[in-house]
Design a protein around this ligand. Structure first.
Ligand SMILES: Nc1nc2c(c(=O)[nH]1)N[C@H]1C(S)=C(S)[C@@H](COP(=O)(O)OP(=O)(O)OC[C@H]3O[C@@H](n4cnc5c(N)ncnc54)[C@H](O)[C@@H]3O)O[C@H]1N2
Ligand code: MOO
Length: 403
């Protein structure tokens, strides 16, 4: 049996960014820049005023100096007229500094009239000017490939009129559920039938990664149905299946994937829940076969599939950060597999405290609703004492927020 760390490393070694596309700037929000971006020009493009006030020649200025106001330069206007000795130009924030002037005096530091202005304070050369290129110089590598695009990046790209940007493309992820007991949502399940909830839970998780889910439906427990739908699924960038991967005589997924030329990289990554998870590749197309128990499906998606999708969409950091926390109650498990304990984490005095979120049986979905983190209980350990330090994967982004 493989171990958890090796399984995750294997996945990240085998997947690569899926490709690059050029999208409208706003479509790039939350995505990863796929090429280095160097500034096409200086920013600011010209010296401009940082204050509403007067553009002056600092050499002739002292407290008490009276200057003649010869020009008015609002933002959006550029004046070709030079400021001559003994003169000042009224200027607004953002307007280009006129020729001859080397300093801006804020209006509060003057007694200003229509025709003249009296300076009240010492003037320092260069004050209140935003100089050409002081923010970004032409040719500066301002955003390396791999940058996550958020408001500051969009602001800068927009400032340079970059209306279209190269980003890693979203991956299309096919979702295939398997099992004769399944009916689609909207169909009343008869006794012994259950609703195909995994397809929707997976689609939700895929969307939250920024990828595009494609729900293929249900493969029935026979070869023909599996062959047809797995073949369809392999046309996507990634294929995720649920159920049919353990030891049952109807568990056909791995066998039929192999017939379709999909090469298994691992089965049984040494975790619980998620025991029978499999990872395989056909060419560059990753195939994840997740167990059918909804709890196991969601946990294995988060631990194994999510990192792959993020990496394929260009994220260098694809794994959830592991934080150290403390168990509030002691717990036991069997030796042999790493266990994901579903916990409720609270942050007290900067420490993460993890309390069990309820019954840890994989059949209990409500424990999943109550949990906001997974505690990783190492494979070789059995007994865990209250207060013991554990590694945590935080699942709930609101943990970092407050009311
Ligand atoms: N003899 C053994 N039996 C089982 C083993 C084992 O090692 N030996 N492993 C157990 C473990 S662990 C798991 S997990 C399950 C996973 O098995 P499968 O992935 O093959 O899934 P199924 O048995 O088909 O289904 C499990 C469970 O999940 C429900 N399910 C399936 N698909 C969906 C869906 N799309 N939406 C909602 N719920 C779904 C299904 O009805 C079953 O209740 O195997 C154990 N058995
Ligand atoms: O390992 Mo299975 O995924 O318990 O429930």
């Amino acid at each position: 049996m493989m171990n958890y760390e090796k399984a995750r490393r294997t996945i990240l070694e085998k997947v690569a960014p899926a490709g690059v596309e050029r999208v409208l700037l706003l479509e790039a929000a939350g995505r990863i820049l796929a090429e280095d971006y160097s500034a096409p020009s200086d920013m600011p493009r010209w010296d401009n005023s940082a204050m509403d006030g007067f553009a002056v020649r600092s050499a002739g200025c002292a407290p008490g100096t009276v200057l003649k106001v010869t020009d008015y330069i609002p933002a959006g206007v550029s004046s070709g007229d030079a400021v001559l000795e003994g003169c000042a130009a009224r200027i607004m924030t953002g307007a280009p500094i006129p020729p001859g002037a080397d300093t801006v005096v804020p209006i509060e530091e003057t007694e200003a009239g229509e025709q003249s202005v009296k300076l009240l304070q010492q003037v320092k050369k260069g004050d209140h000017i935003r100089f050409q290129g002081e923010d970004v110089g032409r040719g500066d590598l301002i955003m390396p490939k791999g940058t996550l695009i958020g408001p500051p990046q969009v602001s800068l790209l927009a400032s340079f009129s970059a209306a279209v940007v190269p980003v890693y493309r979203r991956v299309r992820v096919a979702i295939l559920s398997t099992g004769d007991e399944l009916v689609e949502i909207g169909t009343e399940p008869k006794e012994s039938q259950i609703v195909n909830s995994n397809a929707l839970a997976l689609a939700c998780a895929i969307k939250l990664c920024g990828a595009e889910p494609v729900i293929l439906g249900i493969a029935r427990d026979n070869r023909e149905s599996h062959l047809a739908l797995l073949t369809e699924g392999l046309k996507a960038d990634v294929l995720v299946t649920s159920a049919g991967v353990s030891a049952g005589d109807r568990d056909l997924v791995r066998e039929i994937l192999a017939e379709l030329g999909v090469v298994e990289q691992f089965w049984k990554p040494g975790v619980k829940p998620g025991g029978p998870t499999a990872f395989a590749l056909r060419g560059n197309t990753p195939v994840f076969s997740l167990p059918g128990n909804p709890v196991s499906t969601m946990i294995t998606f988060d631990e194994f599939v999510r990192p792959a999708l993020l990496r394929m969409m260009g994220h260098e950091k694809a794994l959830r950060r592991t934080v150290r926390g403390y168990l509030k109650e002691g717990t036991r498990k069997k030796a042999g597999k790493l266990n994901f304990l579903r916990v409720q984490v609270t942050i007290e005095d900067g420490r993460y405290l993890a309390s069990t979120a309820g019954d840890q049986n994989t059949g209990i979905l409500k424990t999943m609703l109550r949990c906001n983190a997974l505690a990783l209980l190492p494979a070789d350990r059995i007994e865990f004492a209250a207060g013991e330090e554990v590694e945590l994967h935080l699942l709930d982004p609101t943990l970092e927020m407050e009311a």
